[in-house]
Design a protein around this ligand. Structure first.
Ligand SMILES: O=C(O)C(=O)C[C@]1(C(=O)O)C=C[C@@H](O)C=C1
Length: 307
């Protein structure tokens, strides 16, 4: 297997990838952005990409939601949860008092704003493509245009020569980011089998100019007892008012309640895209009524077939 991730080395995305069995011995190619990582999957120059999709504090990673929803079909085959901690790295020779401009990934910045307001209230922010990219720029000894970088504690572990100014600067000690491992659809790799604790991700265009369109989508899940764990709307980019929904639902494509929900979804929104069924990282099984079990759906089909 050949993998890519949002790089460079030392990002949370790399930490997520390294938790995949066998990935530490496999070829791992860093990408400069989430769309660049997914482009490598689509042109088959790698087998899979590890990308962030959702953070418990800052919400959906829109770059990922937009890039997996558009273009050729992709498949999510695994999810990984990474606890998030942040440190502050200074430019060589700088102390905390010298810091005027801080750089990091926008999601990381949103998670340290409280600490910054307390410790460095006057500071300006400069966005970077990833947390690690902001920090390792100091290794090149060039002036990167900022005085400090927010990144994962892995970066100073990998590069002890970096100037560590502060540790544990995240505002929420329980912050977690969810990452997904994405492959090309129909790439010949085995698809994840149902485990009893699975998630299914779909992207659904909202039918336009129709009263109750969102209700029409949601009731496909509700009527079959399929619980949703995430739903986010994103603009398609085509026109004002044109939206798609990115949805995670509890269950696997092989569960009859999910198959029936997806059939219903396709009737109300034929542009729906299936992005994969894969095991939940937390192993949590859905709470099901008996009338939503596979047996109940099979018995109902049998009853109708025999009428
Ligand atoms: O920059 C990184 O280290 C990433 O892996 C990206 C990312 C994100 O997009 O949310 C991952 C986890 C943290 O929440 C901050 C940044």
């Amino acid at each position: 297997m050949k993998y890519t991730y949002l790089g460079p080395e030392g990002t949370f995305s790399e930490a997520a990838l390294l938790s995949v069995p066998g990935a530490d011995d496999a070829e791992r190619i860093p990408s400069v952005s989430v769309p660049a990582a997914l482009a490598k999957v689509r042109d088959r120059s790698v087998d899979a990409a590890m990308v962030p999709i959702e953070n418990s504090v800052e919400g959906g990673v829109t770059a990922t939601l937009d890039a997996i929803g558009a273009g050729d079909d992709l498949r999510i085959v695994r999810e990984v949860l990474v606890p998030i901690r942040f440190v502050l790295i200074g430019a060589p020779g700088k102390t905390l008092d010298d810091v005027r401009v801080v750089s990091t990934h926008s999601h990381a910045w949103a998670q340290v704003r409280g600490w910054m307001d307390e410790a460095l209230p006057e500071v300006d922010y400069l966005p970077s493509s990833s947390t690690a990219a902001a920090a390792v720029a100091f290794l090149d000894n060039e002036a990167p245009g900022y005085d400090a970088a927010v990144c994962s504690p892995i970066v100073p572990e990998q590069h002890p020569e970096l100037n560590l100014l502060a540790t544990d600067i995240g505002d929420n000690v329980n912050a977690v980011t969810r990452f997904v491992l994405v492959t090309a659809a129909r790439n010949g790799l085995p698809r994840p089998e149902p485990t009893g604790a699975d998630k299914t991700t779909v992207v659904v265009p909202l039918p336009e100019d129709s009263a109750g369109a969102l209700m029409g989508l949601l009731e496909q899940f509700a009527a079959r007892g399929v619980n949703l764990s995430r739903i986010e709307s994103r603009p398609t980019g085509e026109a004002l008012g044109s939206y798609f929904f990115s949805i995670d639902a509890e269950g696997h494509l092989d569960n009859l309640r999910m198959r029936n929900a997806l059939r219903g979804l396709h009737r109300v929104s034929p542009g729906v895209k299936f992005l994969g069924s894969y095991p939940r990282a937390d192993g949590k099984e859905p709470l099901l009524d008996t009338h939503h079990s596979d047996e109940a759906f099979s018995r109902a089909d049998e009853w109708v077939d025999n009428l």
